[in-house]
Design a protein around this ligand. Structure first.
Ligand SMILES: [Zn+2]
Length: 366
């Protein structure tokens, strides 16, 4: 199979770049639909509208319902169709962006991704993660096209809740481990091929950037401050993690995340928080040495990320509950099979249990 690397056409990041939206988007169409939830509309609607209208692009808005579900995608696609728009601009978190990608895939035209939080690697990908209306993971939708433009205003990102920024660090921390597993197993990436050196090494750069800048960046975001470390980590969480996971490949960490979503008790934890439990579990599953697993747990604690099941809503989970998680994580279509060895549910359950114990232990020793 051939090696494939795919990416958005344009990525723009910096303090205050929302004002530049029109200049970067004007070639994409004449009429835009802005999709965002009520809170995000309050943050960006005026500036988005002003910036696009200044370039002669008409703008109308639709309020996002909050879940990237089939029903919500159909509803927004219907509105886009009715208004005859040729650009869908989504602002907000991963779910709003994913819904907009699916709407564009149904109707064609252009798609602009404006993450207002650096919390997942959704903004740059051509993938929508579809959930039920109750929040359980349902399926991945793989689209032909990437966003035409990804625009990240670091002033907006830094002003968002720190917990979400931390979650982005967790989602990005998984990227290198998953891309390395995929590279080692000669597994498939998420864009329909084998990884290129570029895909794998962007994932590695993502990891190195986090290790060098994440603690300082989290402190800055805690104060709504934009520093060079915030720029570095926003790029790691968004661009490097996004390209790294898609073109580098996913493995156990995200499958364990998907498994965890089967238990309702985890729904209060963010995507990244659940992924972090998945990352530490992946390292245990792979038999990494004690010192390295401990180093990653320490780093997680320095950043303020969950390292135990209790922190993602599972106080004293039963073995049966973890079997449900492990079974779901090992479904045929799951990326856990990109690990360079055969993975069985019992191995996954035991890795999760052990990772939880190690997380508790390292925390207690601090
Ligand atoms: Zn993710």
């Amino acid at each position: 199979m051939s090696r494939v690397f795919k990416s958005p056409a344009r990525y723009v990041q910096g303090r205050g770049v929302t004002a530049e939206l029109g200049a970067h988007a004007e070639t994409l169409g004449d009429s835009a639909l802005l999709l965002a939830d009520g809170v995000v509309l309050g943050l960006v609607e005026d500036e988005v509208t002003t910036s696009l209208e200044a370039q002669g692009v008409e703008v109308s808005t639709v309020t996002f319902g909050g879940e990237c579900s089939t029903a919500e995608i159909d509803r927004v696609a219907g509105i886009a169709e009715e208004r005859g728009v040729d650009i869908v601009v989504a602002a907000g978190g991963g779910k709003a962006l994913d819904a907009a990608k699916a709407v564009r895939a149904e109707r064609g035209g252009a798609m602009v991704s404006m993450p207002t939080i650096a919390s997942t690697d959704a903004p740059t990908s051509a993938l929508s993660v579809v959930y039920s209306e109750h929040g359980e993971f349902e399926e991945y939708l793989f689209h032909d096209d990437h966003p035409d433009l990804v625009l990240v205003d670091t002033a907006v990102v830094a002003a968002a809740p720190t917990r979400l920024f931390r979650g982005g660090v967790a989602d990005a921390l998984a990227t290198w481990f998953e891309a390395a597993a995929t590279s080692n197993s000669d597994g498939d990436n998420v864009v329909g091929g084998k990884p290129t050196r570029a895909g794998t090494h962007l994932a590695k750069l993502c990891y190195e950037t986090l290790r060098e800048h994440a603690v300082s960046a989290v402190e800055a975001v805690e104060r709504d401050a934009v520093t060079e470390s915030v720029e570095a980590v926003t790029e790691a969480n968004t661009l490097l993690s996004g390209l790294g996971f898609e073109s580098g490949g996913l493995a156990a960490a995200h499958s364990i995340h998907n498994g965890l979503t089967q238990l309702e008790a985890t729904h209060g934890a963010t995507h990244g928080e659940k992924v972090n439990v998945g990352t530490i579990s992946q390292l245990v599953l792979e038999g990494r040495d004690d010192a390295f697993v401990e180093e990653i747990i320490e780093f997680s604690l320095d950043v303020g990320l969950p390292v135990t099941l209790a922190e993602v809503g599972l106080d004293d989970p039963t073995r049966e509950q973890l079997d449900v998680v492990a079974e779901a994580a090992c479904a045929d279509e799951e990326t856990i099979h990109n690990e360079p060895f055969a993975v069985e549910p019992a191995m996954v359950r035991d890795a999760i249990l052990t990772a939880d114990g190690l997380g508790e232990r390292v925390r207690a020793e601090r």
